[in-house]
Design a protein around this ligand. Sequence first.
Ligand SMILES: NC(=O)c1ccc[n+]([C@@H]2O[C@H](COP(=O)([O-])OP(=O)(O)OC[C@H]3O[C@@H](n4cnc5c(N)ncnc54)[C@H](OP(=O)(O)O)[C@@H]3O)[C@@H](O)[C@H]2O)c1
Length: 164
Amino acid sequence: MNAIVAVDQNWAIGNEGNLLVHLPGDLKYYKEKTTGNVIVYGRKTLSTYPGGKPLPNRTNIVLTRSADYENEGCIICHSREEVLEAVKDYDPETVFISGGAETYNLFFDDVDTFYVTKIYESYEADRYFPNLDELGFDVVWESEMQEHKGTKYQFLKYVRSNNR
Ligand SMILES: NC(=O)c1ccc[n+]([C@@H]2O[C@H](COP(=O)([O-])OP(=O)(O)OC[C@H]3O[C@@H](n4cnc5c(N)ncnc54)[C@H](OP(=O)(O)O)[C@@H]3O)[C@@H](O)[C@H]2O)c1
């Protein structure tokens, strides 16, 4: 299973319910990676999507503790176990944990491949992703440096090393 996340240089991912910065190139990358695939995310992240609606052309799995929560076009799950049951018939390579912090933490041990957009800036933040560099995960691929309005960023692929 994969996770896909954009972090700043402190591994921050969000502030006050929003992304840290708008990077059209990163949104395009996210769309390329996830279109036709399965995305799993928390109810708070869904509320940040346009109109609070699921993203098109993907299987959208939303996590909530509310028994009566509904949103057209979403598969609603109420626990980690329910999500694992919902994705069990999909190829794990097509499943992307897509945030936010609570959801990344919940599935951290289930993920073996991490698509990380590293933004070379420091932002004010209240949500973080585990620091894969400090945890000793291996970078197996990195893109060329990207830039948007002076903000430098890069796409990296990390994998869980054998002893983790
Ligand atoms: N940089 C990135 O790549 C990226 C990606 C996605 C999101 N974000 C950012 O992350 C922030 C949101 O993250 P967040 O951690 O606050 O929220 P979140 O993970 O998006 O959603 C949290 C919600 O998920 C549900 N949930 C969590 N654990 C559950 C469990 N064990 N069982 C059932 N439901 C569970 C609960 O929904 P209910 O309250 O409905 O019960 C909980 O309130 C925002 O700032 C967003 O912009 C950043």
